[in-house]
Design a protein around this ligand. Sequence first.
Ligand SMILES: Nc1ncnc2c1ncn2[C@@H]1O[C@H](COP(=O)(O)OP(=O)(O)OP(=O)(O)O)[C@@H](O)[C@H]1O
Length: 452
Amino acid sequence: MVKGVNAPLITKIVTDLVQEERKIAAGEKERAEVEEIVFPEEGSSEESDEEAVEEAHYFFPFSEVLTYSVGIIKPDDVLAGRVEEIKNKIKDAGFDIKADEKRMLTEEQIRVFYARKKEEPDFDAFVQFMKSGPCHVLIITKKEASDAIPQWIDLHKTNESAEPEEPINLPGLKETESLVNLCDVEDSIEDASRHLAFFFPNFHTNKGKHPVERTLAIIRPTLLKERRKFLVFFFFFNALFPMYSGPTLILALTRENAVSHWRSLLGPKILEEAKENPESLRAQYAIENVPINQLHGSSTPSDAQKELEFFFPEEQTFALIKPDAAKTHKDEIMKKVKEAGFSISKVKEQALTREMAAHFYKDHEGKPFYEELVNFMTQGPSVIMVLSKENAVEEWRKLMGPTNPEEAKKTSPKSIRAQFAHDILSNAVHGSSNVEHAERSIQFAFGELDAD
Ligand SMILES: Nc1ncnc2c1ncn2[C@@H]1O[C@H](COP(=O)(O)OP(=O)(O)OP(=O)(O)O)[C@@H](O)[C@H]1O
């Protein structure tokens, strides 16, 4: 019970507010402007423009490095169930594993990868050994923005030059084990990129002359309300994922050196200083009698990363290329995945067990096509992937297209199912239907089962 309050007045206020909300929802009234959120500006990270430019070459997103290596875990270690252990040691040594595929290597692949050893007397026997069982082919990167390869070279060199009794040891490795012994990696950057193209033709490393970078741009409420035409400007950037958060427009802008480029277009953050440069956007779009600048841009690539992760968090989904499509259209489908902007966080080729197929399709148990579906899904290797992107679950479903390829051809002719599906059962790809399913499937396919 509330005492000492003007109940009729409170009732009136609440009723008025509800009425107002209804009018806003019906589009009859505009919402009153809310107090502006002030974002930390460049001052929070006192870095010069030069430094920002300097840092900008570590292309965004997510501090990925430009150099990748291909590593091979040999059949004896795979047979002995040591793959996870070796992968963990690679990670503990500061490397990141971008992809992992279990494969039977062909003689050609072995001879190409180990070309540097071809003069060794027992090379043919070694090739036969490598063909004796499945290997794990890894894409390895260094986590920080530094080159992955030199560290492998260092390890290799140290290993070769050291006394035989004193192999280099990394923490956690047995005396006779070095990373070089555990997982073969090529010696040079040139070899690395050649092998990457050879083993993972569709793995996109973003190695361009002008690496693409992203930055966050914010158009503050007052300007947004007054100058909507300003948005035309963003055609000069590749403005992705426009999102309205109340009355503020938040954009992820993409181009080479996006952070420093956007900052230089904005001009100084202090309006008085900006006005000295009338070409600057902050000067052009200053609002009379409003002392705050109307446009925000990330100060540095690392600030951009933090801000973008906050406003556009990356999502993961579970995706699978079904057995018949994996056999016939794998490369084309992987290409479409890349072109749609997904990063492939994990990938492996594996034939589903009945248990796995039943797990992925448990909602369909009892349906007339269930048995046929499980049989179909277990008939050969599938390509199993974790895909990352903003809004990944929905985006992947959109890229897959409708379940039935006949419908897909009509409504989404560019979708994977329109282009590569055979029929409603054999429809090329699978994707989780929501984030919870995706998490469970990822755990099921790459967590517990991998550890077995
Ligand atoms: N009527 C049907 N006849 C035969 N197979 C079917 C039929 N309906 C669905 N399927 C199979 O079952 C799978 C799961 O069906 P669901 O309705 O969940 O489709 P989806 O969500 O588009 O596909 P997925 O779950 O594979 O991503 C389909 O991908 C397809 O292989």
